[in-house]
Structure formats: structure tokens, C-alpha cells
Design a protein around this ligand. Structure first.
Ligand code: 5AD
Ligand code: SF4
Length: 440
């Protein structure tokens, strides 16, 4: 979502004459869009700010003018005052719900009003104030349809940093999707911290579910692929599960975090479902879409997690079989309920050992999954040039990165690839002759 937000910030700055630069050293303004989800991401803010300060000093000493330094995103939201204190050279700090005010903030900064701190949750949604004109659209584009979260998992800062659940009206989402398609997008990923809780306003003020929205978007000319992320098991409604069977452009890949496999820990996490509930959802989805690739998020070392609890997580992973997954050591976050469970903290070496064991298992599953594709034909949206000359990289329906030798003019096409090699993080193959027309 930070990628989406950053693109919208670029859209907002374009009418003021700003363009994106690949060279931070030359920038007239640097916006650091930050993540607060774990301590590691959060701490990066301060090291990056040090780097930006050096770039600004160097720019000034070259007589090339000043550099405005801004901090956006969830660290700005949660630690705005702290940033101003620890990094007083920062000109602007604003949270994820106030970046639509960027033009005003830039004007104020130009008038020299001093530091700007903008971390209120505005009454009007920021989406009402974002420009329609996008300056750049990727072949595979992100589209925020939902933001914030009311689930309050005990470990998570999102409900505090991104705020309460909000769904954009269906018509606004469809209009933005059409602009993205007109700009060249062939694949759209619908975004939300709790995207499957989407309930936007539709025609006649009726509420529209994510499943309905997916059906409506699937009707748009020129759109070849749809995805959505990220979801909560409790919101995997019947209509959404059925969409995986019925909507052919909905890709057979689902990121459905479970976090842990022990019911005791799931309860302590306030996840409000059991491991068996999760498995039932997966079984149902696979009944509707047998080739569905699954991805998940896992936390090891949540306060109070015993060896047996951790074994339950491994057992769940073995039972489900993931195509891909993300796993993290529990990181206490300020202001969250779990951060108060000091007495039950799992030690760092135990967390490290559990993470290593979990990742070994997940990596084995991922490798086996990728290897099972050898010899098969899959459709790949060719997105960009690979590292090697004459090589393109794209995504399979199952979210794997696929490398093929191909001239660059095929970027933007969906080609059939014969898979020759399945590696830990990618597939390699060759284009099926005749599967992609060469004429423009
Ligand atoms: N510690 C570790 N991992 C966390 N996540 C969220 N909060 C924390 C935390 N405090 C992970 C969860 C979530 C993903 C986005 O980040 O697995 O699904
Ligand atoms: Fe955080 Fe996701 Fe839980 Fe919401 S559902 S509190 S975003 S982990």
C-alpha cells in the first residue's frame, strides 16, 4: 500500500512541477514513506533520515539549492513528535490519511512557516481529494479499495496507524480501474489492510462486497488479471470463495495470513478463529479452485508461545502446503495490547531458532511447489527486463516470478511459457513458439 500511496503523492506533486528522480542526491524534495509494522522497519526511518540529511548537506555545498525532507506513512503517524525531536532537520511529517494535503504543506514550507506536523485523521476521506490524473501506471497496478482495520489483533499497530476500516465507493474504484487500464495496466491488485472486509457504497447506497466488486471489475475491457491482498480468514465469505471458481480473471493465488497454528496463541492474538476454522476455509477454497496457490503470514515467539504451540504452527503449515509465505519474529509494538505482556516474552534465541525452523519448512514447500511446474505450460504477463541481457521477467497466475529469454518488445504481453526449471524464488522457461504475436 505504501507503493500505491507513493504513486498518489507523485500525482499530487506533478501539477506543482515536480517529477520523480532516480537520483536522490539531486532531489528538491525527498519524501520518506515509512512502515511501522515491525520494529526493524520502523528503525530504518531514522537511519534513512541520516542518509538524506547528508545528501541535503552535499547538495547545498555544491550550490545546487536546498532539499525539503518529509516523512510520510505509519512511522510519521505513530511517532511524529519523536521524529521532530530526533531529526529536527525534517521539514514535514504527515500520516497516511493526510498526504492529500501535500500541495498545501509544500506551499507552507515554501513560505517558511517552519516544521509541519500533520497526523490528524481527517473527517473527509483523503480519496475525495486525490487527483484523477495518474502520471504513471504499471502493467501490474495497485489500487487501494479499502484502508484501515477494526480487527485489533493484539500484536498489530495497523488499527492505530491507518485508522478505522474504510471502503471506497464502488464507482470510484471502477473509475480508477478504468483510468489504470487506459494507462496500460493489464493486471490490477486490489489493496486493503483488510481487503476482504470491503463493503463500499454501490448504486442506491447499497453496500457492495469484495466479491461483487471483483465480478464488476472483471467486466472491464482490457483487464486480464485481478488479484486482492491482504485478507482476514473471518471475512472469507461464501461469495468471495465462489468468485475464485467463477471469475476467470481472478488469479488462482490467495494471501491469507493465519499468524499461528495453536488455538491458544490465536486466541491470545485476538484472531477470533481457530486453526481448524482456517483449514476449513482453505479446504472449501480448494474445492472451488483446486489449483489455488496459497500464501500466508506467520509470527513466531508471540508472548507465551510454548514449544508445543510452535509445533502446532509447523503442523498447520504441513497440512496446508504453501506456495509462498512471509514469517516474522514477534516484535512488540508500542500501544498494542501484546506489548503489555512483558512477563511472557519469548527469548530472542528461541525466536530465532523457531523462525529458522519455520522458514526451512516454508522454503522446502516453496521449492517443491515451484519444481512441480517443470514441464508445464503457464501464462506469464511479461512485465520488465530481467537482469541478464535478452531476458524478460513476468508473473505466473500463481505469483511466481518467471524468467524467459525474449526480446524487450514483448513486454506487456501475456505469453505461454514452457517451464524448464523451478528454483526457490522463481521459475525459468522459454516462450512457447507462436504463443505471443510479434506484430504490435
Ligand atoms: N510482530 C511481528 N510481525 C508482525 N506483523 C504485524 N505485526 C507484527 C508484530 N508486532 C506481521 C503479521 C502481518 C504482517 C503484515 O506483519 O504477520 O500479517
Ligand atoms: Fe493487523 Fe491484519 Fe490483524 Fe488488522 S487483521 S489488526 S491489519 S494483523
Amino acid at each position: 500500500m505504501n507503493v500505491y500511496d507513493s504513486a498518489r503523492m507523485a500525482d499530487l506533486m506533478a501539477p506543482l512541477g515536480y517529477t520523480l528522480t532516480e537520483e536522490p542526491a539531486d532531489a528538491d524534495m525527498a519524501i520518506l514513506n515509512t512502515c511501522h509494522i515491525r520494529e526493524k522497519a520502523s528503525e530504518k526511518t531514522f537511519s534513512e533520515l541520516g542518509r538524506l540529511r547528508n545528501l541535503r548537506t552535499a547538495k547545498k555545498s555544491r550550490d545546487e539549492g536546498d532539499m525539503v525532507i518529509a516523512v510520510a506513512g505509519c512511522v510519521a503517524q505513530a511517532e511524529g513528535a519523536e521524529i521532530m525531536k530526533r531529526a529536527p532537520f525534517v521539514d514535514m511529517v504527515f500520516g497516511p490519511q493526510s498526504y492529500h494535503q501535500l500541495p498545501q504543506m509544500v506551499a507552507e514550507a515554501a513560505r517558511g512557516v517552519g516544521h509541519i506536523l500533520e497526523t490528524e485523521f481527517p473527517l473527509e476521506p483523503k480519496f475525495d481529494h486525490l487527483p484523477d490524473e495518474a502520471i504513471d501506471t504499471n502493467l501490474s497496478a495497485f489500487l487501494t479499495v479499502q484502508e484501515g482495520c477494526d480487527k485489533f489483533c493484539a500484536f498489530c499497530v495497523v488499527p492505530y496507524t491507518r485508522g478505522a476500516e474504510f471502503s471506497r465507493p464502488a464507482a470510484a474504484v471502477i473509475a480508477e480501474a478504468k483510468r489504470m487500464i487506459a494507462g496500460g495496466a493489464r493486471e490490477i491488485t486490489l489493496l486493503g489492510q483488510n481487503v476482504n472486509a470491503y463493503h463500499g457504497e454501490g448504486a442506491d447506497r447499497k453496500s457492495v462486497s469484495l466479491a461483487r466488486l471483483i465480478h464488476d471489475l472483471a467486466e472491464l475491457d482490457g483487464l486480464d488479471r485481478l488479484r486482492y491482498t491482504t485478507s482476514h480468514p473471518l471475512e472469507m465469505t461464501e461469495d468471495l470463495c465462489l468468485a475464485h471458481r467463477d471469475v476467470d480473471i481472478l488469479m488462482p493465488y490467495l494471501h491469507l495470513p493465519v499468524q499461528a497454528g495453536s488455538d491458544r496463541i490465536l486466541e491470545a492474538m485476538n484472531r477470533r478463529h481457530t486453526a481448524a476454522d482456517y483449514r476449513r476455509i482453505i479446504d472449501k477454497l480448494r474445492g472451488y479452485r483446486p489449483d489455488l496457490a496459497l500464501s500466508g503470514d506467520f509470527i513466531v515467539g508471540f508472548p507465551g508461545e510454548t514449544d508445543q504451540d510452535f509445533e502446532d504452527t509447523l503442523a498447520l503449515v504441513r497440512a496446508v502446503g504453501y506456495a509462498q509465505a512471509y514469517s516474522f519474529k514477534y516484535s512488540p509494538r508500542p500501544g498494542t495490547p501484546a506489548a503489555g505482556l512483558d512477563g511472557q516474552m519469548v527469548t530472542e534465541p528461541v525466536k530465532s531458532e523457531r523462525l529458522a525452523r519455520l522458514q526451512t519448512l516454508l522454503n522446502e514447500q516453496q521449492l517443491a511447489y515451484n519444481q512441480s511446474f517443470v514441464g508445464r505450460e503457464i501464462d506469464v504477463l511479461l512485465e520488465r527486463e530481467g537482469k541478464r541481457d535478452g531476458q524478460l521477467v513476468g508473473r505466473s497466475p500463481y505469483m511466481q516470478s518467471v524468467f524467459v529469454p525474449s526480446p524487450a518488445h514483448r513486454i506487456g504481453r501475456i505469453a505461454t511459457v514452457i517451464v524448464q526449471e523451478g528454483n526457490a524464488n522463481s521459475l525459468r522457461g522459454e516462450l512457447k513458439p507462436g504463443s505471443v504475436a510479434d506484430a504490435a
